[in-house]
Design a binder for this molecule. Structure first.
Ligand code: KE4
Length: 427
């Protein structure tokens, strides 16, 4: 496939931007080839700089749940931009979106807006440490909470599961306070808590993992974490940057019926502009500056332009109809892909919950990072490029989740399923 203009643009970009991208996953390193440069997008479709149109399942990694350039969001942004974009002073619209978010999400009284999911998760951990007076955190292998030092940790050696940095620049001093557990393995979490009695401030988890493909929690896993946190005075942090306002109005807390102590948001909450947030009961949030001693700040936090996009998005989602529509479309896509891949004799597993779905070329179910890592990546590369050539753009990594938008029609899904059928024959 000739991506002439994208190739030229990529060569230019690499001269002034490390790797030619502003976020590594966009560089196609996991699948090879040249990343396509997007010229414009509308609804379920993106058009690249060579004029080729794709049905796409990334949607900016989640935010475009109603489709690209969604008119009510665009209109709100244009209207707000003409009155100024950011003041560094309080504005009414911040209260409006805060009130709406608090009304939609269970178990939160207050919310603080920031500019990314990373900032939300980083701040939530600092708040948990400040609130509990304890230093250590538990995260799960394969879960991603942004690029803050405390999260760039991989399984260390030894039974105590001490973390070790998985990026230069992260110090051992930081790594020693991050303990790594296995997703869906409650016994492993119990062991780690027993080995670090009284030292753990929080457990941070993606309630539905989305960064090792889509991996739903096993029955009883989140309930078990909730009980362990209650028993050991540990705060449970749900990183709902992906699942928030996507799985349901109230996100994973609502869909799965488990209450977290702190909830992190990103992606959808900003309607496509840079917004993150973290929220909790007032008793916890009152520890945040300027109310309390835990410091957190941001020049562009709550800027009215981004708030306008987020508010327009949440208002539409608050009407509620989109979630059942998205659920049905994702189930249709799941069944269609499963049928054609099975008929082609391709060993695979499809994980799905709500409008999050991923295809794994594995010989066994994918329930954690170790099982996800056993996927046949060569087969995934062929799958990705075969679909791309047929005008279907899925996430360029087997460790990512596909995100559906409600702009997708059933005809788009049929075109996708037909493309999967054709590619399956080549796998
Ligand atoms: P950002 O800082 O990228 O806004 O959010 C970090 C983050 C936090 N928590 C979860 C569950 C996330 O999925 C993310 C970011 N997701 C990736 C996609 N896997 C963003 C894509 C990218 O890194 O470019």
């Amino acid at each position: 496939m000739e991506y002439k203009r994208s190739s030229a643009l990529f060569a230019e970009a690499q001269k002034v931007i490390p790797g030619g991208v502003n976020s590594p996953v966009r560089a196609f390193k996991a699948v090879g080839g040249t990343p396509i440069f997007v010229k414009e997008a509308k609804g379920a479709y993106i058009t690249d700089e060579d004029g080729k149109r794709y049905i796409e399942y990334i949607n900016s990694w989640g935010p475009m749940i109603l489709g690209h350039a969604h008119t009510p969001v665009i209109d709100a942004v244009i209207e707000k931009a003409q009155k100024g974009t950011s003041f560094g002073m309080p504005t009414e619209i911040e209260t409006k979106i805060a009130e709406l978010a608090v009304s939609m999400v269970p178990n939160i009284d207050m919310i603080r807006f920031v500019n990314s999911g990373t900032e939300a998760c980083m701040s939530a951990v600092r708040l948990a440490r400040g609130y509990t007076g304890k230093d250590k955190i538990i995260k799960f292998a394969g879960c991603y909470h942004g690029h803050s030092d405390a999260f760039l940790i991989q399984a260390g050696s030894g039974a105590v599961t001490f973390g070790s940095p998985n990026s230069p620049g992260v110090t051992q001093g930081t790594a020693k306070d991050t303990l790594l557990a296995r997703f869906n393995d409650l016994e492993n979490v119990k062991e780690i808590i027993a080995q670090n009695q009284g030292e753990i401030a929080c457990i941070i988890i993606e309630p539905v993992a989305g960064n090792m493909g889509c991996i739903p929690p096993k029955k009883g896993f989140l309930e078990g974490l909730r009980s362990l946190c209650d028993a050991h005075e540990i705060l449970l942090i749900f990183d709902e940057v992906m699942t928030g306002f996507r799985l349901a109005k109230g996100g994973a807390q609502e869909l799965l019926g488990i209450h977290a102590d702190i909830v992190c948001f990103g992606k959808v909450i900003g309607g496509g502009l840079p917004v993150g947030a973290f929220a909790a009961r007032k008793e916890i949030m009152s520890h945040l500056a300027p109310l309390g001693p835990v410091y957190q700040a941001g020049t562009l936090s709550g800027n009215p332009l981004a708030m306008a996009a987020g508010l327009a998005m949440l208002k539409e989602l608050n009407e509620g109809a989109v979630f059942s529509s998205l659920q049905a479309k994702t189930a249709y896509l799941h069944e269609g892909m499963k049928k054609v891949l099975t008929e082609a004799g391709v060993n695979h597993y499809i994980n799905r919950i709500g409008s999050m779905i991923s295809v794994h070329f594995c010989e066994a179910p994918v329930v954690d990072f170790a099982s996800a890592a056993k996927g046949n990546n060569d087969r995934f590369k062929k799958f990705f490029h075969g679909l791309l050539e047929r005008g279907i753009y899925i996430a360029p990594s087997a460790f990512e989740t596909w995100f559906l938008s409600d702009a997708l029609t059933y005809e788009d899904l049929d075109v996708t399923i037909q493309a999967v059928k054709e590619v399956a024959a080549e796998l």
